[in-house]
Ligand binder design. Structure first.
Ligand code: ASP
Ligand code: MG
Length: 814
């Protein structure tokens, strides 16, 4: 025996009824089944509202009836084509009869100007009955044998007309007495039951889940399936948190806590009867038949999802009682609980604070009026008798709950929770937790609910690390980086990482997407509709759109952006930089940038400032952090100089070598920028500062290989022709070197005392720099650990691909 309950959304129209029919037929092939039906979605609400509309004379009864009748007539209209027209007419007649019944009841209400709970119950449960008529018809024309259970006669309850509890023992007796043949499909309207006098009562809103649980117990079902329009229970409301994950398994208690603390998927009374009788419950989706759904039973499966849910209830308020010292807190709690009990109010938590002589109670806002009305009467005398000093109400609160059966064994998760609480501390009102509880409750101001949930969810279910980037500067390197990121999407996905690009900008315009810019056709950056580049505005985006851990990627060489680094860190960004200006300003600013990053706990990565993608800074940092001591450094730090002096070896003249390097794009448009040695000096400065030397750019000694007259020239063409005047000088120098079996290299050195030099040197075969040409770079570090054989890093030290990949690697390390 298996019980299947179909909710309103699964019965919303004719097509949905057909899907449900197919599910029923398939399941019935294997075993006997009991079907519990809800009203088609919106119908219960319509019926509910009809009462108010009539009482407030806002709508004519006729119109209400017409609307409901037309809804059902349209729903069954497509079933007309069946050959069994007599059965169809019978169905239509039954629906009509129910509408006439409704009309009569509404008229009574209209004249009486009031509606008793008994009539209310009858009215709002009409939808369930009609669902059963329709399904009976559909099964009948397929020639199935059916037994309809009348829950009013068979489900005995205690409670009120609008909220009753089923007496399972007696109900089970009744159902057993029916002796339903094994060959029959059982059909029953949900939501409805009967009181001791066999009068119709209902089980509270969304009560058909509870009906299904009761039917499962009464028929000894081995499973209870709840069919709805979502795949199952998620780690958080998927409407609020797009990354919420479907839970495959829950134990009964976890499911109970989830629904108590706001998860809207199950009626809160559903689990308890199933738990007592050890009947598993599965939540399934009529819109996605292949999904396995969520299974609730008592098997604790090992799972990496250890917090089972993050639920929230929005309308909450808090009462704080301040108690006189002589009064015992526990005694007073008893008093409060009695009061709460009398008024049958659900309470979320009650918490004593012994040090402050306070008691806090967290309650649903919908009951605020009743509570406050009675509270005054009840406690005023305590105020006068000096039992309490005051009581205070705090409103507009939300209650977030984390549900897990495992808090005790996974303390580390508590740490994540507290980290998030710390971040939002100004708006957190109270927390309630004990390691043995299944829940961890956080009471907070409504205003931060969404943001808090998002942060906490991300922290706990770090399923896929999201890396949020803002790219500034979209020249060759920026574009290559974007290309590489796109290419690596799948690879990163398999590594549980996702890069979300929020900003792409050039110096004039910027594109923004709070989720991810998927289509970055760079032509878009020219559109007039785009916002003008404004760093200040860009820096505000993470806060405005709750983007966590943003990374600014500086692909510019802009002094202006470099000047803003301190500000960027303060705004909560990490920085990945290719902009050398940020590390080569005066020492004071340099220090301030690095200190700010440290202070705000932000990462500052700039591997590409030296040797492009070659891991120079990374390795240097590692050596120094692990206690190695620097001794000396030498290297070829410029691809263009490596290329030019490599050619001289082949007896090519100096001017021709520069021309060739320029043509192949190895030099800057004005080759003097390379030849002057300033770029090498900047890189040396960055390395030296990394080692700890307090140096300015002007401290780096540069041996200038260009005479003043060439440096002064305005026109690049002229520079190129004038370079021939140097051919002889270099020819001679090269000849001398060759005679000694040496080569000319333009190198950078740092000595132990921090003296940095950029100069042309003739070097022998033994020197590792000897072989470096064709644009290659080399970095040779002698340290305490790396001597006498040095640590050597060599390879291409310039170019779009290697530089972009260096930045890419930096951002993956944040
Ligand atoms: N139709 C009822 C309601 O909307 C019962 C149910 O759907 O479970 O509350
Ligand atoms: Mg429902």
């Amino acid at each position: 025996m298996r019980v299947l309950k179909f909710g309103g959304t699964s019965l919303a129209n004719a097509e949905k009824f057909q899907i449900v029919l197919q599910i029923i037929i398939k399941k019935f092939k294997k075993e006997q089944i009991g079907i519990v039906l809800s009203a088609p979605s919106t119908i219960t609400n319509l019926l509910f509202n009809s009462i108010t509309l009539v009482l407030e004379k806002k709508k004519k009864i006729k119109e209400i009836i017409k609307k409901i009748y037309i809804f059902f007539r349209n729903l069954i209209n497509s079933f007309k084509t069946t050959k069994q027209i007599i059965k169809y007419k019978k169905l239509k007649k039954k629906i009509k009869k129910k509408c006439i019944f409704l009309q009569k009841k509404l008229k009574i209400i209209k004249y009486a100007k009031t509606c008793s709970d008994s009539i209310k119950a009858k009215i709002i449960s009409i939808g369930e009955k009609i669902s059963v008529y329709i399904m009976y018809f559909l099964l009948k024309i397929k020639k199935y044998h059916i037994t309809i259970i009348d829950p009013v006669k068979n489900f005995i309850t205690t409670g009120t007309y609008l909220n009753s509890k089923i007496d399972l023992k007696n109900s089970k007796n009744n159902i057993e007495k029916l002796k339903i043949p094994k060959t029959n499909i059982i059909l029953m309207p949900g939501f409805i039951a009967g009181n001791q006098n066999k009068k119709l009562v209902i089980l509270g809103r969304n009560g058909s889940d509870y009906s299904a649980a009761a039917l499962s117990v009464c028929t000894n079902a081995k499973i209870c399936e709840i069919w709805t329009d979502v795949d199952g229970i998620y780690t958080c409301d998927p409407q609020k948190i797009s990354t919420a994950v479907l839970l495959k398994n829950l134990i009964y208690q976890e499911a109970q806590e989830l629904s108590f603390f706001g998860a809207k998927i199950l009626h809160p009374s559903t689990i308890s009867p199933l738990k007592k009788n050890n009947i598993p419950c599965i939540i399934k989706n009529t819109n996605n038949l292949t999904s396995k759904g969520t299974k609730i039973n008592n098997e604790t499966k090992k799972s990496h999802v250890f917090i089972k849910g993050l639920t929230y209830i929005k309308k909450i308020f808090l009462i704080t009682f301040k108690i006189f010292k002589k009064i015992k807190i526990l005694k007073y709690i008893e008093l409060i609980l009695n009061f709460i009990n009398i008024h049958k109010i659900k309470i979320f938590f009650i918490k004593p604070s012994y040090t402050h002589q306070k008691i806090l109670i967290c309650l649903p806002t919908e009951k605020k009026k009743i509570i406050l009305k009675n509270l005054n009467n009840f406690f005023l005398k305590d105020l006068s008798k000096k039992k309490i000093i005051y009581f205070k109400i705090t409103q507009n609160l939300s209650l977030v709950s984390l549900i897990s059966s495992n808090f005790y064994y996974n303390h580390y998760i508590i740490q994540f929770i507290f980290q998030t609480i710390q971040k939002y501390k100004k708006n957190i009102i109270e927390i309630d937790h004990s390691l043995y509880n299944f829940h961890f409750l956080i009471l907070l101001n409504n205003t931060i609910l969404s943001s808090f949930l998002k942060t906490l969810h991300q922290k706990i279910y770090y399923q896929r690390k999201k890396i949020h980037i803002f790219i500034i500067g979209i020249g060759g390197i920026g574009q290559t980086l974007l290309k590489q990121i796109t290419q690596q999407k799948e690879f990163l996905k398999n590594k549980n990482k996702k890069i979300c690009i929020h900003v792409i900008s050039n110096s004039k315009k910027y594109l923004f997407d709070k989720k991810n810019i998927l289509n970055f056709d760079l032509k878009n950056l020219k559109q007039d509709t785009l916002k003008n580049f404004d760093l200040k505005e860009i820096l505000k985006l993470p806060e405005n759109f709750n983007i966590q851990n943003p990374i600014l990627i500086d692909c510019t060489s802009s002094t202006q952006i470099a000047k803003n680094y301190i500000n960027i860190f303060k705004k909560g960004f990490h920085i990945v930089s290719a902009n050398k200006k940020s590390n080569t300003t005066n020492f004071q600013s340099y220090k301030k940038i690095h200190k700010t990053a440290l202070f705000y706990k932000k990462k500052f990565f700039y591997e590409t400032h030296v040797g492009a993608g070659l891991p120079i800074i990374k390795n240097l940092k590692n050596l120094l952090s692990t206690g190695d001591k620097f001794q000396k450094f030498s290297g070829i730090l410029s691809g263009s100089m490596s290329f030019i002096f490599g050619l001289l070896e082949k007896n090519i003249t100096f001017s021709k070598a520069v021309k060739k390097a320029k043509k192949l794009g190895f030099t800057e448009p004005d080759p003097r920028e390379d030849l002057s040695g300033i770029d090498i000096a900047r890189k040396l400065l960055i390395i030296a500062r990394e080692i700890g030397y307090k140096l300015e750019l002007s401290d780096i000694k540069i041996e200038n290989i260009l005479p003043k007259n060439i440096l002064k020239l305005k026109n690049i063409e002229e520079v190129m022709t004038n370079l021939t005047t140097l051919d002889n000088i270099f020819f001679e120098k090269n000849k001398i070197a060759q005679k000694m079996n040496q080569v000319l290299r333009f190198i950078g050195t740092i000595k132990k005392d921090g003296v940095c030099e950029v100069k042309l040197k003739s070097i022998s075969k033994k020197n590792p720099l000897y072989k470096i040409k064709n644009g290659e770079n080399i970095f040779v570090f002698y340290t305490q650990y790396y001597s006498p054989i040095p640590l050597i890093i060599q390879g291409y030290g310039a170019g779009k691909n290697v530089t972009a990949s260096g930045m890419f690697s930096d951002l993956l390390h944040i």
